[in-house]
Design a protein around this ligand. Structure first.
Ligand SMILES: NC(=O)c1ccc[n+]([C@@H]2O[C@H](COP(=O)([O-])OP(=O)(O)OC[C@H]3O[C@@H](n4cnc5c(N)ncnc54)[C@H](OP(=O)(O)O)[C@@H]3O)[C@@H](O)[C@H]2O)c1
Length: 239
């Protein structure tokens, strides 16, 4: 899984490890990734393999899939967790930030799915009662536009669409994909908004972890293309 060193990804990795999954975890920053791997293997007792990789570098993305395949030869759950977001009015968004968000949030996810699909199909064929899953951390901004998050929202809309394409092409073979679409979750990523939204009013990492875990338990007869998780009251449907 990508984006596993912090935040939501780390929470999902912890829970999957406790559920008995062997894990390949990835992020860019090696020291923090190594610490996450040590903490995860202490908690779970299972195999945890850290692979430092930058999702803007295609060779890193391919190396990540290869490293997992060589070690395990199967892939039950691919979690697309790595993501970046920058807030700016549409008119003032730089092309550099546009490219970075699309590279990490969409291109890397596409390449990961493309390269992992044969392994996911093989795993699903060998375990037809469970199948194999792709879980993408998308965003509510991919469903409803949010001021100042035009590019981020567009990347997450593309990720939701990528999950739908996986379902269209591979769910008959037991490989299904779910895009989880939350509003603001209390992590490092939302530090910039804490002055106007208190962390206690944000969705909890554990709320998203529960959704991800539920998806892993579904039979291949049930495809859940997306799950929207919104904050309550006046914030319904908003980030
Ligand atoms: N927090 C929210 O409110 C929220 C809401 C909706 C959706 N999401 C989505 O959920 C996912 C996780 O968000 P989070 O809040 O947990 O974020 P976070 O705490 O900022 O963690 C982001 C993770 O992605 C990794 N990452 C970032 N850029 C990367 C790159 N270029 N290559 C490889 N790894 C990279 C980070 O590790 P390194 O920095 O070491 O690379 C880290 O492990 C993201 O896709 C985000 O868009 C978050």
């Amino acid at each position: 899984m990508t984006g596993a060193s912090r935040g939501i990804g780390r929470g999902i990795a912890r829970r999957l490890g406790k559920a008995g999954y062997d894990l390949t975890i990835s992020a860019r920053e090696g020291t923090r990734l190594q610490q996450a791997a040590e903490e995860l293997s202490d908690i779970t007792g299972g195999s945890v393999h850290p692979v430092a990789a930058d999702m803007t570098a295609e060779k890193d993305v391919s190396r990540l899939v290869r490293a997992h395949d060589e070690r395990h030869g199967r892939l039950d759950v691919l979690v697309l967790g790595a993501g970046v977001g920058f807030s700016a009015p549409l008119a003032q968004t730089s092309k550099r930030r546009y490219d970075l968000q699309f590279d990490v949030n969409v291109r890397a996810a596409f390449v990961l799915v493309q390269e992992a699909l044969p392994l996911l199909r093989k795993t699903a064929a060998g375990r037809p009662e469970h199948g194999a899953k792709v879980i993408a951390l998308a965003s509510i901004t991919g469903l409803f536009a949010e001021p100042d998050l035009a590019v981020y929202g567009a990347t997450k809309a593309a990720l939701i669409s990528l999950c739908q394409s996986v379902n269209a092409e591979a769910s008959d073979d037991g490989v299904s994909a779910t895009a989880i679409c939350p509003g603001y979750v209390d992590t490092d990523m939302t530090a910039w908004v804490r002055d106007r939204i208190e962390p206690r009013r944000m969705i909890r990492v554990d709320d998203i972890v529960e959704m991800a875990l539920a998806v892993t338990k579904l039979s291949p007869c049930a495809v859940v293309p997306d799950i929207t998780v919104t904050r309550p009251g006046r914030q319904l449907g908003r980030a």
